[in-house]
Design a protein around this ligand. Structure first.
Ligand code: ADP
Length: 483
């Protein structure tokens, strides 16, 4: 059954809308017609039946029985006058014969249905065909006149009533059916008009490919539903376009970054093979090849981290971590580099600052920030890592329990600072203020993006303050959370 219905269901939306419109209007008009016609008909017939009753009562008062038992009208003139004055009204007086039938005793002006014995036929108000073929409404009542009982039948023509109801019914059936039929076409036309933008959108969307993502769907009226749908799609296309563009740039940048150490590796190797050399030279060549391999490894690890982050595969393993201890550990790892550059590198904190965090991710972020500070601060500079709690909860401060409040960790250096024009973008992948210098120092422009992702994965943020020539401060702000 449902399969049949599904097959019968119109395939296009405009047909469905037009049909829905048609059926709704048809049902509404049917109910309206019935609500107009049925009560009106009932009322008119009730009125006619009431008049018939009055006719019977009048006739009863005008009847008299002679001592001989014969019936006659009390006022003879009334019969004549009545006949002329009310040509569409009839009164018959029937005398029961005692055997279940009756005979016509009197009538005026003439019997309306002389061969219809009321004792055998319909008693209550009903419509019958008069002798002349006309439809009349009749009513029979049993009355007592003198010593005997009679049956009085009053009848009136239905013609005026039918003249009123007939055209009305005709109009309701044919006129309104015409309207309903017209509404089918009008509804279809309207649906076609209303859905025309959808057809255009479909055409346009069909032509959209990864290469043509800059195109947009037509928006006729941004306020209506279809306009809003098109705008939403356009916003989605804009996001897709940005994502595609990012992906394209990322792939291009990644290939470029990979190519540089690979080329270096290859050329160092080729130079080494060109002629026989002593062991010391080979050692140097292998050393610089290993350096390039190291750079490659770091780059690939960075790319891997970011692609995992993009895919959303990284699950945080939160645990209570003392941020001060973590900062000391990280600084310990990098202190050799700072020493090489004769930089002062120290951690400042009033006491333990506990946070609920993924230790590895957070360590990577701090490592990248401190590594940058060392790289971009001249020899003899100073780098401070300042850790503090940001809320007054029990999670912060000396001897704090394992419950957690917000915390911040600032890496403050006395380097060259970052020009204002670059501050917005240095967190972008592969972005470097001075590509040549940064590459020389082993950077691929991924360190800050990885750090930012790691901190944001904890619900935190990295703030940057920098003054050219005086240094930069990268502040990691971690929100408080229940342990
Ligand atoms: P890189 O691997 O090149 O260091 P990052 O993403 O870590 O990449 O940093 C992006 C760029 O931001 C760097 O190339 C550098 O120009 C700038 N930068 C980062 N940290 C500092 C800092 N502490 N002082 C000055 N410039 C910095």
């Amino acid at each position: 059954m449902s399969a049949l219905l599904r097959r019968l269901r119109p395939r296009t939306l405009r047909r469905r809308l037009a049909l829905f419109n048609f059926f709704t209007l048809a049902v509404m008009l049917f109910v309206f017609s019935a609500a107009v016609y049925v009560p009106l008909r009932y009322k008119l017939y009730a009125q006619l039946d009431h008049e018939l009753r009055e006719d019977v009562e009048t006739a009863e008062t005008l009847l008299e029985r002679l001592p001989s038992g014969e019936l006659r009208w009390r006022v003879e003139a009334h019969e004549e006058q009545g006949a002329n004055a009310f040509p569409e009204r009839w009164v018959e007086v029937w005398r029961p014969k005692g055997d279940g039938t009756s005979e016509l005793a009197l009538s005026r002006p003439a019997p309306v249905a002389a061969d219809r014995d009321p004792l055998r036929g319909a008693w209550g108000p009903s419509t019958i065909e008069a002798d002349g073929g006309e439809s009349v409404r009749q009513r029979c009542e049993s009355c007592t006149v003198g010593a005997g009982s009679v049956v009085i039948r009053a009848a009136r023509t239905e013609t005026p009533l039918r003249n009123l109801l007939g055209p009305l019914l005709g109009f309701l059936i044919f006129g309104l059916s015409g309207f309903v039929a017209m509404s089918l076409f009008a509804g279809y036309g309207m649906a076609v008009r209303a859905l025309a933008p959808v057809a255009r959108m479909t055409e346009q969307a069909r032509g959209l490919t990864a290469e043509r993502l800059s195109e947009r769907l037509p928006v006729d009226d941004p306020e209506d539903e279809i306009g809003r749908l098109a705008s939403t799609f356009n916003e989605m296309f804009a996001r897709l376009e940005r994502a595609f563009e990012q992906l394209r740039r990322f792939t291009a940048d990644a290939s470029h970054e990979l190519r540089t150490p690979l080329t270096a590796l290859r050329s160092v190797g080729e130079v080494g093979l060109r002629e026989p050399r002593d062991a010391e030279t080979y050692r140097e060549i292998i050393g610089s090849m290993l350096e390039e391999a190291d750079r490659l490894t770091r780059l690939v690890e960075g790319l891997l981290t970011l692609s995992r982050a993009d895919a959303g595969h990284v699950k945080l393993k939160r645990e209570p971590v003392d941020l001060v201890e973590l900062a000391r550990e990280t600084v310990g790892l990098l202190s050799v580099l700072a020493e090489e550059r004769r930089q002062a590198l120290e951690v400042e904190a009033a006491g333990a600052v506990r946070v609920n965090a993924d230790k590895l991710l957070l360590r990577q972020a701090i490592l990248n920030l401190v590594d940058n500070a060392i790289k971009y601060t001249p020899e003899g500079g100073r780098i401070r890592v300042v850790v503090s709690g940001t809320a007054s909860g029990d999670g912060v401060g000396p001897g704090a329990a394992a419950s957690v409040a917000g915390a911040s960790l600032s890496v403050i250096d006395t380097g060259a600072g970052i020009p204002a024009a670059h501050r917005e973008r240095i967190f972008d992948r592969f972005y470097r203020v001075d590509p040549a210098r940064s590459r020389e120092q082993g950077g691929a422009g991924l360190g800050l993006s990885i750090a930012r992702w790691g901190v944001e994965a904890h619900g935190g943020r990295i703030e940057l303050e920098s003054e050219e020539g005086r240094g930069s401060t990268f502040r990691v702000v971690l929100p408080g959370a229940a342990a």
